[in-house]
Design a protein around this ligand. Structure first.
Ligand code: GAL
Length: 388
């Protein structure tokens, strides 16, 4: 059962960026209803995930970790039932160390009893963090241990490994049974943070280490945060919020590289701009393409591209022979970016029909290459089909 999960990138919502540890059942129920009412559930965002802060401060050994009764007065099982009744899957959080990152009890040494408890509550996803891991512990072994504990529950539980890409985790994530694994630090709502996250993406060989049933995770979508939310711009990277074009860039790239699509804004504050991005049907289809081939970086003008280039061209082959090409401009000025067909597996003499996935229209026929003037810190994404 387990290995049939995550054949395409998982989608959902997580509480962290908006609420941090300040969770309460009443608000979370509103959030879930709002996600459903606004069409996010129907669009595929079906994992509703609690992050850190749901736990009781005391652990009763032998019973598994408990929930905070003040924050969740109806109990975790009832909360899970409520989510299931709405049509969501239920995600929860724990950590491989002795405490979670916010200092609540974590699963180190209690993996089997905690996993059993999660299964009792009807949990469908466990995110497993990496704080307070004892110095002499082997991180890889701890992630394997929780993966094993989850499988032994007999319940299909999606395993979301969050060790921030430490210890070259892309090379062993699959051995733990993880269905998704973080490859870098947290996403925040600023341009500077987005650039940092892009650099972590560039360090992982996605085409070698990400695919069906085990996807690389560059962290949450920030679209719709609009400078709000508890961790919107927490920490060193404080600055103006990233804004519409950057949200659009992040969403496009995440759909192309098969990243999990886990939203993090407050759905009750969703604007029509936010919906334009997160509910872009054509891009969601790209994300959920059954071939699950992550986009690769292309060459531009005979030069090898690197993830640090200011202009990058990403290409994602789809199962039906179409290719999605994304032109990403990291410059602070408009730039013409070109993708040549020979770098995609086609010939320079080939002609293709192109659809603009943000303008939602056909842009006609191109031969040999496709190019566009891309505004500063923005992107253009085309779906191409070769004419035969
Ligand atoms: C971090 C993790 C975040 C969030 C937080 C909770 O380590 O990267 O996504 O889960 O801990 O304390």
């Amino acid at each position: 059962m387990q290995d049939l999960m995550a054949q395409t990138p998982p989608m959902g919502w997580n509480s962290w960026n908006t609420f941090m540890e300040d969770l309460d059942e009443k608000t979370l129920r509103e959030v879930a209803i709002s996600l459903k009412e606004q069409g996010f559930l129907e669009a595929g965002y079906n994992y509703f995930c609690l992050d850190d802060g749901w736990e009781d401060k005391n652990r009763h050994v032998g019973q598994g970790v408990d929930y905070d009764k003040k924050k969740f007065p109806s109990g975790m099982k009832a909360f899970g039932d409520f989510l299931h009744d709405l049509g969501f899957k239920f995600g929860i959080y724990s950590c491989a160390g002795t405490l979670t990152c916010c200092n609540y009890p974590a699963s180190y040494g209690y993996e089997y009893e905690d996993a059993a408890r999660f299964a009792e509550w009807g949990v469908d996803l466990v995110k497993y963090d990496n704080c307070h891991v004892p110095d002499d512990a082997n991180g890889m072994f701890l992630y394997r241990r929780m993966g094993q504990a989850l499988r032994e529950t007999g319940r299909p539980i999606l395993y979301s490994m969050c060790n921030w890409g430490f210890d070259a985790s892309e090379t062993w994530a699959r051995s733990t049974g993880a269905h998704i694994y973080r490859i870098g630090l947290d996403s925040r709502d600023t341009w500077e943070n987005f650039e940092t996250v892009l650099n972590s993406i560039g360090k992982v060989n996605l085409t070698a280490y990400s695919g069906a049933s085990c996807f690389a995770d560059p962290d949450f979508l920030i679209a719709g945060m609009n400078g709000e939310g508890a961790v919107s711009n927490l920490g060193e990277e404080i600055g103006p919020n990233a804004g519409y074009n950057v949200y659009k860039m992040q969403f496009s790239l995440w759909c192309m590289i098969c990243a999990p699509l886990i939203m993090s804004h407050d759905p009750r504050k969703t604007t029509s701009d936010t919906k334009n991005i997160l509910l872009n049907k054509e891009l969601l289809e790209v994300s959920q393409d059954p071939a699950s081939i992550p986009a690769y970086l292309c060459k531009i003008d005979k030069q090898e591209e690197t993830h640090r280039s200011k202009n990058t061209v990403w290409a994602k082959p789809l199962h039906n022979g179409d290719i999605v090409v994304g032109l990403f401009n990291r410059n602070d000025r408009p730039t013409i970016i070109t993708a040549a067909f020979n770098s995609l597996g086609w010939l320079m003499s080939d002609t293709v029909e192109a659809c603009d996935l943000w303008e939602h229209k056909s842009i006609g026929v191109s031969r040999g290459y496709i190019n566009a003037e891309v505004p500063a810190r923005d992107c253009a994404v085309f779906r191409l089909r070769r004419k035969k």
